[in-house]
Write a protein that binds this ligand. Sequence first.
Ligand code: AMP
Length: 181
Amino acid sequence: MSITTQTSVVERLNASIRDVPDFPQPGILFKDITPVFLDWQLCNDIADALVSGLSSQPDAVCVVESRGFFIGMLLAQKLRIPLIPVRKKGKLPAETRAFTYTLEYGTATLEIHKGVIKNGWNVLIHDDVLATGGTAAAAAELVKAEGGQVAGFAFIVELSFLSGKEKIAGYTPHIESVISY
Ligand code: AMP
């Protein structure tokens, strides 16, 4: 057994995440996951950990722009299911459905392509970080508005002190993350 497989995915993830103070604005401690992508084995193990936490097979995975895209594609490949991007306003080229939600200062709008989710599909939602939960809730609203059901949320990191789980608990009991701070 190699040293890599002896060390848990949580320990390796914790060692790999870089804390960047005051980004993108003063007072925010940004959890930078880009160093994780330098380690293909760790990326693979993160996706395996999230897949093994699922209690049922979803029909599709919805991935949130932009840092949800990276591990999101691995999830889609491992689960052998469609990947559906949720993007910021104006990025998706075909007909879209939009959902606008409130941020600390101002609002943000996320979009999904219309007609991609088949009626009744169980959709897993993935993003890199669960912070306040506003982004994940917006993705869930888009999934529901397109006729899907939220099968679960899968994050790499949860910032538990921001209580994002409370905001999204009403959509599904399945909320998982590899590491929680
Ligand atoms: P929220 O809607 O507050 O849950 O924020 C979630 C989104 O913002 C995710 O897409 C994250 O990528 C990003 N985000 C929020 N806070 C942080 C943080 N402290 N470190 C890294 N990413 C964050």
